[in-house]
Design a protein around this ligand. Structure first.
Ligand code: ADP
Ligand code: MG
Ligand code: MG
Length: 245
């Protein structure tokens, strides 16, 4: 039931092997955390999946089909949406325009703006987000802007949603709201990849995790089966106890 299966992914930059034979499986209806210390290769793996980087070797299957992404638009067309730490929306447009940008990419330019606003409102309502579609995006907090970016994933009917440290600038209530929306998408069958430095958030949200260390695959674990101490020792490659002590 894998939405994405990456196998043996290897990517080198001059002087550094960023990824060396890494596997990643993202399943429908699950939140999958990608864990590893700074420099472990998390962002590089995400960029391979989103078509930003080409792989030197290894395979990427989406819905069981072997794909090769030469640029990000191809990954997007395959149903892979990404929300970055920095908001990747147009703050000079309205909420509706931003949410429906995904629609435009997929189904061509809008003609009827009133219908577009209505449709944006429907998508926001599906996520129980009480945001006025006519308001300028710039009038809202970063948290609301992130939620609009996630709503856009729904508009493009994303099979895979990648959240790369989406909570870095959010307060506690905003994180709770973001998690609620992520769980709604998860329960709708979206495969979600979650990258966060906050162990508490990873344990609260993820069903499984993949751990990387120095560009290598350490293992895949069910979150409920992995103690924080063991996770840390997998990440750093020595006893988590020693690290804590
Ligand atoms: P993480 O996201 O886990 O912190 P990265 O994927 O950013 O790790 O980096 C993995 C390794 O690849 C690091 O050694 C990093 O310096 C290197 N790296 C990442 N991107 C580039 C790049 N564009 N050019 C050269 N080296 C890179
Ligand atoms: Mg980093
Ligand atoms: Mg990174």
């Amino acid at each position: 039931d894998a939405a994405v299966r990456m196998t043996g992914i290897t990517i080198s930059f001059p002087g550094v092997k960023a990824l060396d034979g890494v596997d990643l499986v993202l399943r429908r209806g699950e939140v999958h955390a990608l864990m590893g210390e700074n420099g472990a290769g998390k962002s590089t793996l995400i960029k391979a999946l989103t078509g930003v980087y080409r792989v030197d070797s290894g395979g990427i299957q989406v819905d069981g089909r072997e794909l090769r992404f030469d640029d990000p638009s191809q990954a997007q067309a395959a149903g892979i949406s990404t929300v970055y730490q920095e908001v990747n929306l147009c703050t000079n447009l309205t909420v509706a325009e931003n949410v429906m940008l995904g629609h435009e990419v997929r189904r061509g330019p809008f003609v009827d703006w009133r219908a577009t606003r209505r449709e944006a409102r429907r998508y926001l309502q599906r996520l129980h987000l009480d945001i006025d579609p006519r308001s300028p995006l710039a009038a809202h907090s970063i948290a609301v802007q992130q939620l609009c970016a996630i709503a856009r994933a729904l508009v493009v009917d994303a099979r895979v949603l990648i959240l790369d440290e989406p909570t870095s600038s959010l307060d506690k209530a905003e994180v709770a709201e973001l998690f609620r929306v992520v769980r709604t998408l998860r329960d709708a069958g979206v495969a979600i990849l979650f990258v966060s430095h906050f162990l508490e958030q990873v344990y609260a949200l993820s069903d499984r995790m993949t751990v990387l260390r120095n560009g290598r695959f350490v293992g895949e674990f069910r979150t409920a089966d992995l103690s924080r101490r063991d996770l840390i020792s997998h990440m750093v490659g020595r006893s988590g106890e020693a690290l804590a002590g």
